[in-house]
Design a protein around this ligand. Structure first.
Ligand SMILES: *[C@@H]1O[C@H](CO)[C@@H](O)[C@H](O)[C@H]1NC(C)=O
Ligand SMILES: *[C@@H]1O[C@H](CO)[C@@H](O)[C@H](O)[C@H]1NC(C)=O
Ligand SMILES: *[C@@H]1O[C@H](CO)[C@@H](O)[C@H](O)[C@H]1NC(C)=O
Ligand SMILES: *[C@@H]1O[C@H](CO)[C@@H](O)[C@H](O)[C@H]1NC(C)=O
Ligand SMILES: *[C@@H]1O[C@H](CO)[C@@H](O)[C@H](O)[C@H]1NC(C)=O
Ligand SMILES: *[C@@H]1O[C@H](CO)[C@@H](O)[C@H](O)[C@H]1NC(C)=O
Ligand SMILES: *[C@@H]1O[C@H](CO)[C@@H](O)[C@H](O)[C@H]1NC(C)=O
Ligand SMILES: *[C@@H]1O[C@H](CO)[C@@H](O)[C@H](O)[C@H]1NC(C)=O
Ligand SMILES: *[C@@H]1O[C@H](CO)[C@@H](O)[C@H](O)[C@H]1NC(C)=O
Ligand SMILES: *[C@@H]1O[C@H](CO)[C@@H](O)[C@H](O)[C@H]1NC(C)=O
Ligand SMILES: *[C@@H]1O[C@H](CO)[C@@H](O)[C@H](O)[C@H]1NC(C)=O
Ligand SMILES: *[C@@H]1O[C@H](CO)[C@@H](O)[C@H](O)[C@H]1NC(C)=O
Length: 569
């Protein structure tokens, strides 16, 4: 351990001597803000004075840990500016972390103000950190308690970039101690060693040689300092043009913002390089489909009228392709020219027949919606089911009664148009006013009287006749009654008690009286008669002469009666 340390010291001393010309013994840590920092082995307790002395002895300055009364002791301000966390800036350079996380910082102490912790320097004792990052020992162990650590020492650094050995298009970087050879780096877009005395910095070769562009993009090299190329998508394509970017895709001319089609058209992008789109009107629409063209109008299905001549055509709005056909008033059907069309509505059809059962229905031709109803023969009325209908014509009505005044009229039921006329009792005839009418019936024509009776017809409404027995006869005069018999004049005997009464036949009303034998006289009792007187028993006298005279008179009377009757007939 000791011999190895000695070797490092010797090496460092030699190289430092070469750089500065002074004898320096320290391990280079980093260059920061124009100063080179070193760590130098100290001996004894790590007081600020000892750290200061160690740096001075090694030919360095003792850097102040930062600004502020705790840090501003007898030290040199080198640009460190973190008094609260001393040496963190150095640690960041070395380890990209805190002092406690940086092994190179272990046991290094920095000078503090003489008033700080009784003259202690601040140091990193990682062994006492116990894995912590912020414990006191991690960044500011109290130097009085530790021996033989390292002093943080500094010296002004050499800036190899002054004067600048680099090309105007190069960036100069001062190299870390102990090198003094600046590094020249050509700026982006340039190539070369970056040195004025070298190859300098020239434009990088054409970035399009290793074409970063998409197959459908045109590559254009950008001048320095640009490293890249410009990729421009060819006409009809869109995108960043980069092979590993969005490339170049067909421009969708149907995209929302650029869609040239009408709202009712379907847009179909034409493939690149075409920049336009095809617009096709949707079903039910017609036109060029372009917003600024004829657009897309509802197809009027009525222009190629599919309706029947008697139908009204109404176009259905798109997307419907068809039209509605409505039959005009009075017509029925689907209204289509090639369908059932429109036929006259038959208002006489069974279901809608407005006529009475006894009426004949005649449909009125369209557009009329009604029917004519005509009552059948023998019926009268308006013929309507809900009107007066059709009732049997009463041919016996006063005005049209065809019967005689003495006839009874009986209407014949429809369809008969006539009436029956019947003569009232006692009358005879055809009963018609314009026929034989009704005449009094002569009851004597069918004579109900006895031969010896006289018949007399009774006036209507009597249907019988009167029968009167002729003179000399008696009875009810009826053929089927007691008839007429001869009146017996002997029943009221006009003869003398001694006379025999002989009735004279009708029409004689009287009787003949003959005195019985032994008596003489006319046999009649009345005042003019002689009666019958008892006569003598010898010869015939004048009484016989009187008897013959009487007989002759009687015969004469009979003969005159017979001749009278013959004359009458
Ligand atoms: C630091 O060292 C220099 C030179 O030896 C000395 O002049 C100065 O007083 C010292 N400072 C302290 C605080 O010891
Ligand atoms: C470049 O080279 C010339 C001649 O060798 C020398 O004089 C000059 O200083 C050099 N310049 C730089 C920046 O090194
Ligand atoms: C400085 O570095 C460059 C590049 O590495 C090199 O070409 C050149 O010789 C170096 N100069 C010195 C003096 O080392
Ligand atoms: C490349 O594109 C950038 C940005 O659009 C533009 O400024 C530049 O001029 C283009 N370069 C060429 C060579 O076209
Ligand atoms: C594209 O490729 C380049 C070069 O290989 C690379 O630098 C860049 O990051 C890539 N870009 C994408 C978006 O992948
Ligand atoms: C657009 O219309 C044209 C002409 O009708 C036709 O040649 C072409 O194929 C159509 N493009 C598309 C994408 O349908
Ligand atoms: C419609 O607009 C396009 C693009 O603006 C134009 O090219 C075209 O001529 C226009 N067409 C009509 C009929 O105005
Ligand atoms: C066509 O008829 C249908 C069915 O009756 C109806 O829904 C529609 O509204 C009608 N269209 C027109 C334009 O009258
Ligand atoms: C009527 O004509 C239309 C169009 O030609 C057709 O689609 C339909 O089937 C036809 N209907 C009948 C009943 O013929
Ligand atoms: C129906 O009656 C009216 C009025 O009497 C008449 O003008 C028309 O011709 C009749 N229609 C038919 C179909 O008989
Ligand atoms: C008979 O019925 C038809 C149809 O219901 C109606 O229009 C008419 O007024 C009606 N007539 C009478 C006299 O009720
Ligand atoms: C009318 O007379 C005819 C013939 O005698 C008879 O058949 C018919 O029934 C009569 N009508 C009436 C209503 O009495």
């Amino acid at each position: 351990m000791g011999s190895r340390m000695t070797m490092i010291w010797v090496f460092l001393s030699l190289s430092l001597m070469a750089d500065t010309g002074a004898e320096q013994a320290g391990l280079f840590l980093t260059t920061y803000s124009g100063y080179d920092y070193f760590k130098v082995q100290a001996s004894g307790p790590m007081t600020s004075a000892n750290v200061n002395a160690t740096c001075e002895a090694a030919g360095y300055a003792a850097p102040c840990a930062g600004l502020g009364s705790l840090c501003e002791g007898d030290c040199v301000q080198t640009g460190l500016d973190n008094c609260g966390w001393p040496m963190d800036e150095i640690a960041k350079q070395l380890c990209s972390g805190r002092a406690s996380q940086c092994p190179q910082m272990d046991r290094i102490y920095v000078v503090m103000a003489t008033t700080f912790r009784s003259g202690s320097a601040c140091g990193v004792e990682r062994a006492g950190c116990s894995g912590s990052v912020t414990g006191p020992n991690c960044y500011c162990a109290t130097g009085n308690n530790y021996n033989n650590g390292y002093a943080l020492c500094a010296q002004v650094g050499v800036n190899s970039c002054l004067p600048n050995p680099c090309h105007i298009q190069a960036t100069c970087t001062d190299p870390p101690y102990p090198s003094t050879n600046a590094t020249c780096t050509c700026n982006a877009g340039y190539t070369g060693d970056g040195r004025v005395n070298g190859t300098g910095c020239s434009d990088i070769v054409n970035a399009c040689l290793s074409n970063p562009c998409h197959a459908q993009a045109t590559c254009t090299d950008n001048p320095p300092p640009a490293l890249d190329a410009n990729c421009t998508c060819n006409a009809g394509y869109t995108g960043d043009g980069r092979a590993n970017g969005t490339g170049c895709s067909d421009i969708n001319t149907c995209s929302k913002s650029s869609n040239p089609c009408h709202a009712q058209a379907t847009c179909t992008d034409n493939p690149a390089p075409a920049l336009d789109a095809n617009c096709t009107c949707n079903v039910g629409y017609t036109g060029d489909g372009r917003t600024n063209g004829t657009g897309c109008l509802d197809i009027n299905a009525c222009s190629s009228n599919p309706c029947h001549a008697q139908a009204t055509c109404t176009d259905n709005p798109a997307p419907a392709l068809d039209a509605n056909c409505t039959c005009n008033v009075g017509y029925t059907g689907d209204g289509r020219a090639n369908g059932t069309g429109c036929s006259d509505i038959n208002t006489c059809s069974k279901s809608s027949n407005p006529c009475h059962a006894q009426a004949t229905c005649t449909d009125n031709p369209a557009p009329a919606l009604d029917a004519n109803c005509t009552c059948n023969v023998g019926y009268t009325g308006d013929g309507r089911a809900n009107g007066t209908g059709c009732s049997d014509i009463n041919t016996c009505l006063n005005s049209s009664n065809p019967c005689h005044a003495q006839a009874t009229c009986t209407d014949n039921p429809a369809p008969a148009l006539d009436a029956n006329c019947t003569c009232n009792v006692g009358y005879t005839g055809d009963g018609r006013a314009n026929g034989t009418g009704c005449l009094d019936e002569n009851a004597c024509l069918s004579n109900p009287c006895h031969t010896n009776a006289n018949c007399t017809d009774n006036p209507p409404p009597a249907i019988d006749a009167n029968c009167t027995c002729n003179a000399g006869y008696t009875g009810d005069g009826r053929a089927n009654g007691t008839g007429c018999s001869d009146v017996n004049a002997c029943s009221s005997n006009p003869c003398h008690a001694n006379a025999t009464c002989t009735d004279n036949p009708a029409p004689a009303l009287d009787a003949s009286c003959t005195c019985n034998a032994g008596f003489a006289g006319d046999g009649v009792v009345n005042a003019n008669g002689t009666g019958c007187l008892l006569q003598p028993v010898s010869g015939a006298g004048s009484s016989d002469i009187a008897f013959f005279l009487t007989l002759a008179c009687t015969l004469m009377a009979i003969l005159s009666t017979v001749s009278e009757q013959a004359m009458f007939e």
